[in-house]
Design a protein around this ligand. Structure first.
Ligand code: SF4
Length: 451
């Protein structure tokens, strides 16, 4: 049972030293109880108190790591029900299901397509990270060889799927060092599947038959000292799965109900044969509240919009998306190429760089740190003003790369050109277009005019 703020306060040193960046021990206790502070932030907690506080300090939903290497991912550790309350932490992971009954060619095509689902969008990499390999042959040898083939073809995290502990045991060694997610333990096989997960030190999905049986199964898993669990409510239709995922998240965060304090998995691939309905169901589960969603198809048209949904939900609403402040080369700019400058709001950067690319005029693009704000907002906030632009230009090293001293600023801040002239006396300040869409024409005119 989670401790209250006052329970925690009783175990703290009560010196109000402030080293935890909070004014009092009571304030720290309240934050710790709400999952908004870490126990390590107080250097003076005794070992006895640490042991007693371990429960309160742990996130209400345990973090689970799956896979190894680049495609390793972490799920869970969520603290809020709604994104606007703070932010969501670990994005939903998308997976694709393949089967050990597929031919070699079918398997290879599915794995290759799954691997190709990788896109860069506003500076972030969106990709499918999990391959769910289902044993449909009921043949341990075939399952094992399929897992071995998958391992040889990709570095995606793997989720071997069988409810037969003997088959899992016979096949798992070929991928056990990759930290796969075992699917799954049920009320019938929890002892043997749990023992296997424990012996290999692997995370395990437990599948209930509705919420009550899932809670019982989770308690049984806890009694077996299994800690890295992922919850599958066992529901296999949109309404029930949506309700179950929501109830699990609410129980974990509001009631601190420990059996549900784990990440969840949804399998729309097992709910319908209609790929469009499967995609729509996945969209619902991403929003509420699946940590892993597995589809039957590796096709990009179904994965890309879902990845964009995940990206939108899991960005921090209090922190604008920003790119690094530096000089970017668009194309292959040389000493005579034009130099433009704008802010580091991601969308601004991607729109402006896209239009420069479209112009086919190789250019330098200076991105000034405006704390992720767009041009006019940053100007109004004093972040994109002559002093900051001049400081950026003077420290960026661009002067050593170009022969000219012409700087193109966004048309929306034409009013700062006079002051910028004073800040950069050796430079000629040119007013660029107000709208990014007009950049190609502007740059082509710039080149044809010889400056
Ligand atoms: S660092 Fe520890 S002792 Fe100091 S105020 Fe914070 S909780 Fe209290």
């Amino acid at each position: 049972m989670a401790l209250s703020g006052l329970d925690i306060f009783k175990l703290l040193p009560k010196t109000n030293c402030g080293e935890c960046n909070l004014p009092t021990c009571l304030a720290f206790a309240m934050k710790l109880a709400g999952g908004q502070a870490k126990l390590e932030d107080c250097p003076y907690v005794s070992d006895e108190a640490k042991a007693a506080l371990a429960d309160a300090a742990a996130p209400p939903i345990r973090g689970i790591v799956v896979g190894k290497g680049d495609k390793q991912f972490k799920i869970g550790e969520e603290l809020v029900l709604f994104r606007h309350e703070k932010r969501f932490i670990n994005p939903t992971v998308m997976g694709v299901r393949v089967s050990d009954t597929m031919s070699d060619d079918e398997l290879s095509a599915a794995v290759e397509k799954t691997k190709s689902n990788s896109w860069e969008r506003v500076g972030q990499r969106l990709e499918v990270k999990l391959l769910a390999v289902k044993c449909e042959s009921c043949d341990a040898g075939k399952f094992k060889s399929c897992l071995e083939s998958v391992r040889g073809m990709c570095d995606l995290a793997i989720m071997p799927m069988t409810e037969d502990p003997e088959i899992m045991k016979a096949a798992i060694d070929v991928i056990a060092d990759l930290n796969p997610l075992l699917y799954c333990a049920t009320a019938e096989n929890i002892d043997s599947m749990g023992a296997l997960a424990k012996e290999k030190g692997l995370p395990l999905v437990i599948k209930g038959n509705g919420l009550s049986s899932l809670a019982e199964l989770s308690e049984k898993a806890a009694a077996l000292d299994l800690k890295d669990l992922v919850l599958d409510p066992g529901t296999r239709n949109l309404k029930d799965t949506f309700e179950a995922l929501t109830a699990i998240r609410r129980a974990a965060l509001i009631s601190k109900f420990k059996p549900f304090g784990f990440p969840t998995i949804a399998l729309p691939c097992e709910e319908t044969d209609d790929i469009f309905f499967e995609g729509a169901s996945a969209a619902v589960y991403i929003a509420k509240y699946a940590d892993i969603v597995v589809l039957s198809s590796p096709e990009a048209w179904i994965h890309y919009p879902l990845q964009v949904e995940i990206q939108n939900i899991y960005t921090d609403p209090q922190k604008p998306m920003a790119v690094d402040s530096k000089i970017y080369e668009i194309g292959s700019p040389g000493p005579d190429s034009p130099l433009l400058v704008t802010t580091n709001f991601s969308l601004t950067y991607f729109i402006v760089s896209g239009e420069i690319e479209a112009s086919k005029v190789d250019s330098w693009l200076g991105i000034v740190d405006s704390e992720g704000q767009s041009v006019l907002t940053a100007w109004a906030a004093g972040k994109f003003v002559p002093e900051t632009i001049a400081k950026f230009i003077n420290t960026s090293g661009i002067a050593e790369k170009i022969n000219h001293r012409k700087l193109i600023i966004p048309g929306y801040v034409a009013q700062i050109s006079g002051e910028l002239d004073e800040e950069l006396p050796e430079w000629e300040i040119l007013i660029g277009p107000r709208e990014a869409a007009d950049i190609p024409v502007y740059l082509r005119n710039y080149v044809s005019a010889g400056s």
